[in-house]
Design a protein around this ligand. Sequence first.
Ligand code: ME8
Length: 532
Amino acid sequence: MTSTKPPFYITTAIHYPNGEPHIGHAYEVIASDVMARFKRLDGYETYFLTGTDEHGQKMQQTAQNLGISTRELADRNAAVFKAMDDEVAGISYDRFIRTTDEDHYAASTAIWRRMVEAGDIYLDKYAGWYSVRDERFYSEDETQLDAAGDRLATETQTPVTWTEEESYFFRLSKYQQPLLDFFQANPDFGAPRSRFNEVIRFVEGGLEDLAISRTTFDWGVPVPKDLTAEDTSLDHVMYVWVDALTNYLTGVGFPDTESESFTRFWPADVHVIGKDISRFHCIFWPAFLMSAQLELPKRVMIHGFLNNAGEKMSKSVGNVVAPADWVTEYGLDAVRFFLLREFPFGADGSYTHEAVLVRKNSDLANNLGNLAQRSLSMIVKNCEEMIPQPGERTAADRRILAQADELLEISREAYDAQDFHRALERTWFVLGEANAYFAEQEPWKLKKTDLSRMNTVLYVTAEVLRKVALLTQPVMPESASRLLDALNVEASGDAGRTNASGEGPRSFAAFDAELVPGTRLVKPTPIFPRHE
Ligand code: ME8
Protein backbone atom coordinates (compact mmCIF):
# COMPACT_ATOMS: atom_id res chain seq x y z
CA MET A 1 0.00 0.00 0.00
CA THR A 2 1.29 3.46 -0.71
CA SER A 3 0.50 5.22 2.48
CA THR A 4 -0.84 8.76 2.49
CA LYS A 5 -0.07 9.10 6.17
CA PRO A 6 3.29 10.47 7.32
CA PRO A 7 6.06 8.00 8.23
CA PHE A 8 6.34 7.12 11.89
CA TYR A 9 9.65 6.51 13.67
CA ILE A 10 9.74 5.10 17.19
CA THR A 11 12.68 4.02 19.36
CA THR A 12 13.23 2.42 22.75
CA ALA A 13 16.17 3.13 25.01
CA ILE A 14 18.99 0.80 24.08
CA HIS A 15 19.70 -1.50 26.98
CA TYR A 16 23.02 -2.15 28.72
CA PRO A 17 23.77 -5.81 28.12
CA ASN A 18 25.88 -6.10 31.27
CA GLY A 19 23.36 -8.53 32.74
CA GLU A 20 20.17 -10.28 31.78
CA PRO A 21 16.97 -8.47 30.82
CA HIS A 22 14.29 -8.14 33.48
CA ILE A 23 10.59 -7.43 33.24
CA GLY A 24 11.26 -3.65 33.34
CA HIS A 25 13.20 -3.92 30.08
CA ALA A 26 10.44 -6.05 28.59
CA TYR A 27 7.88 -3.47 29.72
CA GLU A 28 9.56 -0.74 27.69
CA VAL A 29 9.99 -2.75 24.49
CA ILE A 30 6.49 -4.21 24.71
CA ALA A 31 4.90 -0.77 25.09
CA SER A 32 6.93 0.52 22.15
CA ASP A 33 6.02 -2.55 20.13
CA VAL A 34 2.34 -1.97 20.84
CA MET A 35 2.72 1.62 19.64
CA ALA A 36 4.55 0.53 16.47
CA ARG A 37 1.97 -2.14 15.67
CA PHE A 38 -0.88 0.32 16.21
CA LYS A 39 0.63 2.78 13.74
CA ARG A 40 1.32 0.06 11.16
CA LEU A 41 -2.27 -1.20 11.41
CA ASP A 42 -3.45 2.38 11.09
CA GLY A 43 -1.65 2.75 7.77
CA TYR A 44 1.53 4.58 8.80
CA GLU A 45 4.82 3.51 7.36
CA THR A 46 6.53 2.68 10.62
CA TYR A 47 10.14 2.20 11.61
CA PHE A 48 10.82 0.72 15.01
CA LEU A 49 14.34 0.71 16.45
CA THR A 50 15.58 -1.06 19.57
CA GLY A 51 18.87 -2.61 20.63
CA THR A 52 21.80 -2.66 23.02
CA ASP A 53 24.14 -0.03 24.44
CA GLU A 54 27.44 -1.86 24.60
CA HIS A 55 30.19 0.63 25.38
CA GLY A 56 31.36 2.22 28.59
CA GLN A 57 33.09 1.50 31.82
CA LYS A 58 30.26 -0.58 33.25
CA MET A 59 30.55 -3.11 30.44
CA GLN A 60 34.32 -3.19 30.70
CA GLN A 61 34.25 -3.68 34.48
CA THR A 62 31.60 -6.40 34.34
CA ALA A 63 33.65 -8.28 31.77
CA GLN A 64 36.78 -7.96 33.87
CA ASN A 65 34.94 -9.33 36.89
CA LEU A 66 33.73 -12.27 34.82
CA GLY A 67 37.19 -12.83 33.40
CA ILE A 68 36.06 -12.52 29.79
CA SER A 69 36.72 -9.95 27.11
CA THR A 70 34.34 -7.02 26.87
CA ARG A 71 33.55 -8.01 23.32
CA GLU A 72 32.59 -11.49 24.47
CA LEU A 73 30.31 -10.09 27.19
CA ALA A 74 28.68 -7.75 24.68
CA ASP A 75 28.13 -10.52 22.12
CA ARG A 76 26.81 -12.95 24.66
CA ASN A 77 24.33 -10.63 26.33
CA ALA A 78 23.24 -8.70 23.25
CA ALA A 79 22.08 -12.11 22.00
CA VAL A 80 20.12 -12.60 25.22
CA PHE A 81 18.37 -9.23 24.84
CA LYS A 82 17.63 -9.96 21.21
CA ALA A 83 16.23 -13.36 22.15
CA MET A 84 13.93 -11.66 24.64
CA ASP A 85 12.56 -9.58 21.77
CA ASP A 86 12.38 -12.42 19.24
CA GLU A 87 11.44 -15.45 21.27
CA VAL A 88 9.78 -14.14 24.41
CA ALA A 89 8.10 -10.78 23.99
CA GLY A 90 7.04 -10.85 20.31
CA ILE A 91 8.73 -7.58 19.40
CA SER A 92 8.23 -6.40 15.81
CA TYR A 93 11.32 -4.17 15.60
CA ASP A 94 12.66 -3.17 12.21
CA ARG A 95 16.26 -3.07 13.38
CA PHE A 96 17.98 -4.35 16.48
CA ILE A 97 20.92 -1.98 16.69
CA ARG A 98 24.10 -2.71 18.60
CA THR A 99 26.35 0.23 19.34
CA THR A 100 29.25 -2.00 18.29
CA ASP A 101 27.77 -2.17 14.77
CA GLU A 102 30.13 -0.72 12.23
CA ASP A 103 27.78 1.92 10.85
CA HIS A 104 27.30 3.24 14.36
CA TYR A 105 30.96 4.22 14.58
CA ALA A 106 30.58 6.28 11.43
CA ALA A 107 27.49 8.00 12.80
CA SER A 108 29.08 8.75 16.17
CA THR A 109 32.19 10.15 14.51
CA ALA A 110 30.03 12.30 12.25
CA ILE A 111 28.01 13.87 15.03
CA TRP A 112 31.22 14.56 16.94
CA ARG A 113 32.62 16.25 13.84
CA ARG A 114 29.55 18.44 13.58
CA MET A 115 29.79 19.48 17.23
CA VAL A 116 33.48 20.35 16.74
CA GLU A 117 32.57 22.42 13.67
CA ALA A 118 30.00 24.30 15.74
CA GLY A 119 32.79 25.25 18.15
CA ASP A 120 31.09 23.34 20.94
CA ILE A 121 33.88 20.95 21.98
CA TYR A 122 36.97 21.90 23.95
CA LEU A 123 39.70 20.10 25.86
CA ASP A 124 39.91 20.42 29.65
CA LYS A 125 40.28 18.34 32.76
CA TYR A 126 37.42 16.66 34.53
CA ALA A 127 37.50 16.35 38.28
CA GLY A 128 34.44 15.04 40.03
CA TRP A 129 32.43 12.01 40.98
CA TYR A 130 31.49 9.26 38.56
CA SER A 131 29.00 6.45 39.00
CA VAL A 132 29.94 3.52 36.81
CA ARG A 133 26.61 1.88 37.47
CA ASP A 134 24.75 4.97 36.20
CA GLU A 135 27.46 5.86 33.64
CA ARG A 136 27.01 9.39 34.89
CA PHE A 137 29.00 12.32 36.32
CA TYR A 138 27.87 13.87 39.57
CA SER A 139 28.86 17.11 41.25
CA GLU A 140 29.71 16.87 44.93
CA ASP A 141 26.38 18.31 46.03
CA GLU A 142 24.60 15.54 44.14
CA THR A 143 26.28 12.95 46.35
CA GLN A 144 26.09 11.92 50.01
CA LEU A 145 27.92 9.68 52.46
CA ASP A 146 26.25 6.49 53.63
CA ALA A 147 26.48 5.02 57.14
CA ALA A 148 29.73 3.24 56.26
CA GLY A 149 31.25 6.48 55.01
CA ASP A 150 31.06 5.52 51.34
CA ARG A 151 29.97 8.14 48.89
CA LEU A 152 26.80 7.56 46.89
CA ALA A 153 24.90 9.45 44.22
CA THR A 154 21.92 10.83 46.14
CA GLU A 155 19.41 10.32 43.35
CA THR A 156 20.24 6.72 42.51
CA GLN A 157 22.10 5.50 45.63
CA THR A 158 24.87 4.06 43.49
CA PRO A 159 28.55 4.21 44.52
CA VAL A 160 30.59 7.02 43.00
CA THR A 161 34.35 7.25 42.62
CA TRP A 162 36.52 10.33 42.44
CA THR A 163 37.62 10.76 38.86
CA GLU A 164 40.23 13.11 37.49
CA GLU A 165 41.13 12.88 33.86
CA GLU A 166 41.66 14.87 30.73
CA SER A 167 38.38 15.13 28.90
CA TYR A 168 36.70 16.86 26.02
CA PHE A 169 33.81 19.03 27.08
CA PHE A 170 30.60 19.93 25.30
CA ARG A 171 29.37 23.50 25.73
CA LEU A 172 26.07 22.50 27.26
CA SER A 173 25.82 25.82 29.11
CA LYS A 174 25.45 27.60 25.78
CA TYR A 175 22.20 25.70 25.15
CA GLN A 176 20.35 26.60 28.32
CA GLN A 177 18.28 29.37 26.74
CA PRO A 178 17.79 27.63 23.36
CA LEU A 179 16.51 24.58 25.24
CA LEU A 180 14.12 26.62 27.36
CA ASP A 181 12.85 28.36 24.24
CA PHE A 182 12.40 25.01 22.56
CA PHE A 183 10.49 23.59 25.55
CA GLN A 184 8.24 26.62 25.57
CA ALA A 185 7.47 26.29 21.88
CA ASN A 186 6.96 22.51 22.17
CA PRO A 187 5.02 21.85 25.35
CA ASP A 188 4.42 18.22 24.38
CA PHE A 189 8.08 17.46 23.72
CA GLY A 190 8.44 15.67 27.05
CA ALA A 191 5.62 13.63 28.55
CA PRO A 192 4.04 13.15 30.97
CA ARG A 193 3.94 16.79 31.95
CA SER A 194 4.98 16.19 35.57
CA ARG A 195 8.19 14.48 34.49
CA PHE A 196 8.84 17.08 31.78
CA ASN A 197 8.41 19.83 34.38
CA GLU A 198 11.23 18.29 36.42
CA VAL A 199 13.46 18.52 33.36
CA ILE A 200 12.51 22.13 32.71
CA ARG A 201 13.16 23.11 36.31
CA PHE A 202 16.57 21.47 36.09
CA VAL A 203 17.49 23.47 32.98
CA GLU A 204 16.21 26.67 34.57
CA GLY A 205 18.64 26.02 37.41
CA GLY A 206 21.54 26.41 34.98
CA LEU A 207 23.58 23.97 32.91
CA GLU A 208 27.26 23.19 33.25
CA ASP A 209 29.39 22.03 30.37
CA LEU A 210 29.47 18.27 30.03
CA ALA A 211 32.50 15.96 29.94
CA ILE A 212 32.01 13.88 26.80
CA SER A 213 35.13 11.76 26.57
CA ARG A 214 37.05 9.37 28.80
CA THR A 215 40.73 8.52 28.86
CA THR A 216 41.09 5.97 31.65
CA PHE A 217 39.70 2.99 29.73
CA ASP A 218 39.29 2.19 26.06
CA TRP A 219 35.96 0.40 25.52
CA GLY A 220 34.16 2.98 23.44
CA VAL A 221 34.04 4.78 20.12
CA PRO A 222 37.46 6.39 19.62
CA VAL A 223 37.45 10.16 19.42
CA PRO A 224 38.96 10.76 15.99
CA LYS A 225 42.37 12.35 16.40
CA ASP A 226 42.08 14.46 13.29
CA LEU A 227 38.74 15.82 14.39
CA THR A 228 39.58 16.90 17.87
CA ALA A 229 39.44 20.55 18.65
CA GLU A 230 42.86 20.62 20.26
CA ASP A 231 45.87 18.37 20.29
CA THR A 232 46.44 15.80 22.98
CA SER A 233 48.73 12.85 23.33
CA LEU A 234 46.03 10.80 25.07
CA ASP A 235 43.61 8.41 23.44
CA HIS A 236 40.03 9.43 24.15
CA VAL A 237 36.91 7.37 23.75
CA MET A 238 33.53 9.03 23.61
CA TYR A 239 31.57 9.16 26.86
CA VAL A 240 29.14 6.28 26.44
CA TRP A 241 26.06 8.53 26.41
CA VAL A 242 27.31 10.46 23.38
CA ASP A 243 27.47 7.37 21.26
CA ALA A 244 24.42 5.78 22.89
CA LEU A 245 22.09 8.66 22.03
CA THR A 246 23.47 8.76 18.51
CA ASN A 247 22.04 5.28 17.90
CA TYR A 248 18.74 6.97 17.07
CA LEU A 249 20.43 8.61 14.09
CA THR A 250 22.44 5.56 13.03
CA GLY A 251 19.25 3.54 12.90
CA VAL A 252 17.88 5.62 10.05
CA GLY A 253 21.02 6.04 7.98
CA PHE A 254 22.96 8.95 9.48
CA PRO A 255 25.51 10.29 8.53
CA ASP A 256 23.97 10.02 5.09
CA THR A 257 21.45 12.78 5.65
CA GLU A 258 20.38 12.54 2.02
CA SER A 259 19.52 8.85 2.27
CA GLU A 260 15.97 7.76 1.71
CA SER A 261 15.54 6.42 5.21
CA PHE A 262 16.99 9.49 6.90
CA THR A 263 14.90 11.96 4.95
CA ARG A 264 11.86 9.82 5.53
CA PHE A 265 12.18 9.00 9.21
CA TRP A 266 14.25 11.69 10.89
CA PRO A 267 13.25 13.41 13.16
CA ALA A 268 11.96 10.58 15.32
CA ASP A 269 8.32 10.77 16.31
CA VAL A 270 8.88 9.37 19.76
CA HIS A 271 11.75 8.14 21.93
CA VAL A 272 10.33 5.83 24.59
CA ILE A 273 12.50 5.82 27.73
CA GLY A 274 12.35 5.33 31.49
CA LYS A 275 12.24 8.06 34.11
CA ASP A 276 15.87 7.58 35.21
CA ILE A 277 17.22 8.78 31.87
CA SER A 278 14.97 11.75 31.12
CA ARG A 279 17.77 14.34 31.44
CA PHE A 280 19.90 12.56 28.88
CA HIS A 281 17.03 12.54 26.41
CA CYS A 282 15.37 15.87 27.12
CA ILE A 283 18.51 17.96 27.72
CA PHE A 284 21.75 16.47 26.40
CA TRP A 285 20.25 14.93 23.29
CA PRO A 286 18.44 18.02 21.99
CA ALA A 287 21.52 20.12 22.80
CA PHE A 288 23.80 17.77 20.82
CA LEU A 289 21.36 17.88 17.92
CA MET A 290 21.08 21.68 18.00
CA SER A 291 24.87 21.87 17.94
CA ALA A 292 25.04 19.36 15.09
CA GLN A 293 22.40 21.31 13.17
CA LEU A 294 20.05 18.37 13.04
CA GLU A 295 16.32 18.38 13.66
CA LEU A 296 15.10 17.52 17.15
CA PRO A 297 12.89 14.53 17.92
CA LYS A 298 9.22 15.36 18.27
CA ARG A 299 8.64 13.70 21.58
CA VAL A 300 10.25 11.93 24.50
CA MET A 301 7.81 9.67 26.31
CA ILE A 302 9.06 9.05 29.84
CA HIS A 303 7.58 5.92 31.35
CA GLY A 304 7.56 4.97 35.00
CA PHE A 305 9.17 2.02 36.72
CA LEU A 306 7.71 -1.38 37.23
CA ASN A 307 8.11 -2.56 40.80
CA ASN A 308 7.63 -5.93 42.40
CA ALA A 309 4.76 -5.59 44.89
CA GLY A 310 5.75 -1.98 45.47
CA GLU A 311 9.44 -2.78 45.90
CA LYS A 312 12.24 -1.86 43.53
CA MET A 313 13.52 -4.93 41.71
CA SER A 314 17.02 -5.78 42.76
CA LYS A 315 19.33 -8.72 42.55
CA SER A 316 20.23 -8.50 46.23
CA VAL A 317 16.56 -8.62 47.27
CA GLY A 318 16.08 -11.50 44.82
CA ASN A 319 12.80 -10.15 43.43
CA VAL A 320 13.85 -9.69 39.82
CA VAL A 321 11.41 -11.21 37.36
CA ALA A 322 12.72 -12.69 34.11
CA PRO A 323 10.36 -11.96 31.20
CA ALA A 324 10.56 -15.57 30.00
CA ASP A 325 9.29 -16.91 33.34
CA TRP A 326 6.26 -14.69 33.21
CA VAL A 327 5.45 -15.57 29.65
CA THR A 328 5.70 -19.27 30.47
CA GLU A 329 3.41 -18.86 33.43
CA TYR A 330 0.71 -16.53 32.06
CA GLY A 331 1.14 -16.57 28.29
CA LEU A 332 2.58 -13.72 26.23
CA ASP A 333 -0.63 -11.92 25.38
CA ALA A 334 -1.82 -11.85 28.98
CA VAL A 335 1.55 -10.42 30.06
CA ARG A 336 1.46 -7.74 27.37
CA PHE A 337 -2.11 -6.87 28.27
CA PHE A 338 -1.39 -6.71 31.98
CA LEU A 339 1.61 -4.41 31.58
CA LEU A 340 -0.32 -1.82 29.60
CA ARG A 341 -3.71 -2.14 31.28
CA GLU A 342 -2.67 -2.17 34.91
CA PHE A 343 -1.38 1.40 35.33
CA PRO A 344 -0.81 4.50 33.17
CA PHE A 345 2.39 4.42 31.13
CA GLY A 346 3.88 7.57 32.61
CA ALA A 347 3.35 6.41 36.20
CA ASP A 348 5.21 3.93 38.36
CA GLY A 349 3.37 0.69 38.88
CA SER A 350 3.52 -2.58 40.65
CA TYR A 351 2.87 -6.18 39.84
CA THR A 352 1.94 -9.15 41.94
CA HIS A 353 0.93 -12.62 40.89
CA GLU A 354 -2.62 -11.87 42.10
CA ALA A 355 -2.87 -8.69 40.06
CA VAL A 356 -1.88 -10.50 36.86
CA LEU A 357 -4.41 -13.24 37.61
CA VAL A 358 -7.25 -10.78 38.09
CA ARG A 359 -6.50 -9.16 34.72
CA LYS A 360 -6.15 -12.48 33.00
CA ASN A 361 -9.25 -14.11 34.44
CA SER A 362 -11.59 -11.17 34.71
CA ASP A 363 -10.67 -8.90 31.78
CA LEU A 364 -9.52 -11.53 29.32
CA ALA A 365 -11.19 -14.86 30.16
CA ASN A 366 -14.51 -13.42 31.38
CA ASN A 367 -15.18 -10.12 29.66
CA LEU A 368 -13.67 -10.93 26.30
CA GLY A 369 -13.18 -14.70 26.07
CA ASN A 370 -16.53 -15.71 27.47
CA LEU A 371 -18.52 -13.26 25.42
CA ALA A 372 -16.78 -14.41 22.26
CA GLN A 373 -17.22 -18.07 23.10
CA ARG A 374 -20.90 -17.79 23.97
CA SER A 375 -21.96 -15.57 21.09
CA LEU A 376 -19.94 -17.25 18.37
CA SER A 377 -20.93 -20.74 19.50
CA MET A 378 -24.57 -19.67 19.32
CA ILE A 379 -24.07 -18.39 15.81
CA VAL A 380 -22.43 -21.63 14.69
CA LYS A 381 -25.14 -23.71 16.31
CA ASN A 382 -28.23 -21.68 15.43
CA CYS A 383 -27.42 -19.72 12.30
CA GLU A 384 -26.18 -22.46 9.96
CA GLU A 385 -22.58 -21.60 10.80
CA MET A 386 -22.92 -18.19 9.20
CA ILE A 387 -22.97 -14.58 10.31
CA PRO A 388 -26.75 -14.02 10.52
CA GLN A 389 -28.75 -11.41 8.68
CA PRO A 390 -29.66 -8.74 11.24
CA GLY A 391 -33.14 -7.24 11.39
CA GLU A 392 -34.10 -3.72 12.32
CA ARG A 393 -31.91 -2.19 15.01
CA THR A 394 -33.30 -1.19 18.37
CA ALA A 395 -32.03 1.69 20.51
CA ALA A 396 -30.00 -0.81 22.56
CA ASP A 397 -28.35 -2.17 19.40
CA ARG A 398 -27.53 1.27 18.13
CA ARG A 399 -26.13 2.33 21.46
CA ILE A 400 -23.63 -0.50 21.83
CA LEU A 401 -22.62 -0.28 18.16
CA ALA A 402 -22.04 3.45 18.51
CA GLN A 403 -19.86 2.87 21.56
CA ALA A 404 -17.79 0.36 19.60
CA ASP A 405 -17.59 2.75 16.62
CA GLU A 406 -16.05 5.46 18.76
CA LEU A 407 -13.24 3.21 19.91
CA LEU A 408 -11.01 3.82 16.90
CA GLU A 409 -10.90 7.59 17.34
CA ILE A 410 -10.55 7.31 21.10
CA SER A 411 -7.72 4.83 20.67
CA ARG A 412 -5.94 6.97 18.09
CA GLU A 413 -5.98 9.92 20.41
CA ALA A 414 -4.85 7.88 23.38
CA TYR A 415 -2.08 6.16 21.42
CA ASP A 416 -0.78 9.47 20.12
CA ALA A 417 -0.19 10.37 23.75
CA GLN A 418 1.14 6.85 24.50
CA ASP A 419 -1.81 6.54 26.84
CA PHE A 420 -2.28 2.82 26.28
CA HIS A 421 -4.01 2.53 29.61
CA ARG A 422 -6.83 4.85 28.56
CA ALA A 423 -7.33 3.09 25.23
CA LEU A 424 -7.62 -0.27 26.95
CA GLU A 425 -9.75 1.05 29.78
CA ARG A 426 -12.26 2.44 27.31
CA THR A 427 -12.21 -0.71 25.21
CA TRP A 428 -12.91 -2.84 28.27
CA PHE A 429 -15.64 -0.47 29.34
CA VAL A 430 -17.35 -1.09 25.99
CA LEU A 431 -16.83 -4.82 26.44
CA GLY A 432 -18.53 -4.53 29.82
CA GLU A 433 -21.43 -2.79 28.10
CA ALA A 434 -21.50 -5.52 25.46
CA ASN A 435 -21.66 -8.18 28.15
CA ALA A 436 -24.54 -6.35 29.81
CA TYR A 437 -26.27 -6.03 26.44
CA PHE A 438 -25.89 -9.74 25.75
CA ALA A 439 -27.24 -10.64 29.19
CA GLU A 440 -30.21 -8.28 28.87
CA GLN A 441 -31.16 -9.33 25.38
CA GLU A 442 -31.05 -13.04 26.32
CA PRO A 443 -30.56 -14.36 22.78
CA TRP A 444 -30.77 -17.95 24.10
CA LYS A 445 -34.42 -17.27 24.94
CA LEU A 446 -35.08 -15.47 21.66
CA LYS A 447 -34.15 -18.72 19.95
CA LYS A 448 -37.60 -19.99 20.84
CA THR A 449 -39.56 -16.76 20.57
CA ASP A 450 -38.08 -14.45 17.96
CA LEU A 451 -35.42 -15.82 15.63
CA SER A 452 -35.01 -12.60 13.71
CA ARG A 453 -34.34 -10.69 16.93
CA MET A 454 -31.90 -13.39 18.05
CA ASN A 455 -30.06 -12.95 14.75
CA THR A 456 -29.82 -9.22 15.29
CA VAL A 457 -28.47 -9.58 18.81
CA LEU A 458 -25.89 -12.13 17.72
CA TYR A 459 -24.90 -9.99 14.76
CA VAL A 460 -24.48 -6.89 16.90
CA THR A 461 -22.44 -8.77 19.49
CA ALA A 462 -20.17 -10.27 16.82
CA GLU A 463 -19.70 -6.85 15.26
CA VAL A 464 -18.65 -5.31 18.59
CA LEU A 465 -16.24 -8.21 19.08
CA ARG A 466 -14.79 -7.64 15.61
CA LYS A 467 -14.05 -4.02 16.38
CA VAL A 468 -12.56 -4.83 19.75
CA ALA A 469 -10.44 -7.59 18.23
CA LEU A 470 -9.16 -5.25 15.50
CA LEU A 471 -8.08 -2.67 18.05
CA THR A 472 -6.51 -5.11 20.48
CA GLN A 473 -4.21 -6.63 17.82
CA PRO A 474 -1.29 -4.37 18.82
CA VAL A 475 -1.50 -5.48 22.44
CA MET A 476 -2.37 -9.15 21.96
CA PRO A 477 -1.35 -10.02 18.41
CA GLU A 478 -1.93 -13.74 18.69
CA SER A 479 -5.21 -13.85 20.57
CA ALA A 480 -6.77 -10.97 18.67
CA SER A 481 -5.80 -12.65 15.46
CA ARG A 482 -7.42 -15.90 16.57
CA LEU A 483 -10.60 -14.03 17.39
CA LEU A 484 -10.55 -12.39 13.97
CA ASP A 485 -9.93 -15.82 12.44
CA ALA A 486 -12.97 -17.12 14.34
CA LEU A 487 -14.99 -14.25 12.86
CA ASN A 488 -13.52 -15.08 9.45
CA VAL A 489 -12.30 -11.52 8.96
CA GLU A 490 -9.97 -11.35 6.02
CA ALA A 491 -6.33 -10.56 6.60
CA SER A 492 -5.11 -7.45 4.85
CA GLY A 493 -1.71 -7.62 3.28
CA ASP A 494 -1.06 -3.98 3.97
CA ALA A 495 -0.96 -3.93 7.72
CA GLY A 496 2.53 -5.06 8.55
CA ARG A 497 3.79 -8.43 9.70
CA THR A 498 2.38 -11.85 9.75
CA ASN A 499 1.69 -12.73 13.34
CA ALA A 500 2.35 -15.80 15.43
CA SER A 501 -0.68 -17.71 14.24
CA GLY A 502 0.43 -17.34 10.64
CA GLU A 503 -2.51 -15.13 9.70
CA GLY A 504 -1.71 -11.63 8.61
CA PRO A 505 -2.90 -8.76 10.72
CA ARG A 506 -6.06 -6.87 9.76
CA SER A 507 -5.62 -3.21 9.03
CA PHE A 508 -7.79 -0.60 10.72
CA ALA A 509 -8.89 0.42 7.24
CA ALA A 510 -11.53 -2.30 7.66
CA PHE A 511 -12.80 -0.86 10.93
CA ASP A 512 -15.94 0.74 9.52
CA ALA A 513 -16.86 -2.10 7.17
CA GLU A 514 -19.31 -4.24 9.11
CA LEU A 515 -19.47 -8.02 9.18
CA VAL A 516 -21.06 -9.49 6.06
CA PRO A 517 -24.11 -11.69 6.73
CA GLY A 518 -23.59 -15.13 5.24
CA THR A 519 -19.87 -15.23 6.12
CA ARG A 520 -18.99 -18.78 7.19
CA LEU A 521 -17.88 -19.39 10.74
CA VAL A 522 -16.37 -22.43 12.36
CA LYS A 523 -16.83 -23.47 15.95
CA PRO A 524 -14.49 -21.25 17.96
CA THR A 525 -11.89 -22.72 20.26
CA PRO A 526 -11.53 -20.91 23.60
CA ILE A 527 -9.21 -17.95 23.06
CA PHE A 528 -8.60 -16.76 26.61
CA PRO A 529 -8.49 -19.71 28.97
CA ARG A 530 -8.81 -19.06 32.68
CA HIS A 531 -5.66 -19.25 34.75
CA GLU A 532 -6.33 -21.77 37.51
O1 ME8 B 1 19.73 3.32 30.76
N1 ME8 B 1 10.85 -0.53 35.07
O2 ME8 B 1 20.08 1.25 29.84
P1 ME8 B 1 19.39 0.30 30.92
C1 ME8 B 1 10.70 0.09 33.89
N2 ME8 B 1 21.74 2.19 28.13
N3 ME8 B 1 11.73 0.44 33.11
C2 ME8 B 1 12.96 0.17 33.54
C3 ME8 B 1 13.20 -0.48 34.76
C4 ME8 B 1 12.05 -0.84 35.54
N4 ME8 B 1 12.14 -1.46 36.71
N5 ME8 B 1 14.54 -0.62 34.90
C5 ME8 B 1 15.10 -0.07 33.81
C6 ME8 B 1 20.22 2.59 29.92
N6 ME8 B 1 14.17 0.42 32.99
C7 ME8 B 1 20.99 3.19 28.77
C8 ME8 B 1 20.01 3.84 27.80
S1 ME8 B 1 19.42 5.13 25.53
C9 ME8 B 1 20.27 6.00 24.39
C10 ME8 B 1 20.64 4.47 26.60
C11 ME8 B 1 14.36 1.12 31.70
O3 ME8 B 1 19.60 -1.06 30.40
C12 ME8 B 1 15.25 2.33 31.81
O4 ME8 B 1 14.54 3.42 32.32
O5 ME8 B 1 19.86 0.64 32.29
C13 ME8 B 1 15.68 2.53 30.37
O6 ME8 B 1 14.73 3.29 29.65
C14 ME8 B 1 15.73 1.10 29.85
O7 ME8 B 1 15.03 0.28 30.79
C15 ME8 B 1 17.14 0.59 29.68
O8 ME8 B 1 17.86 0.69 30.88
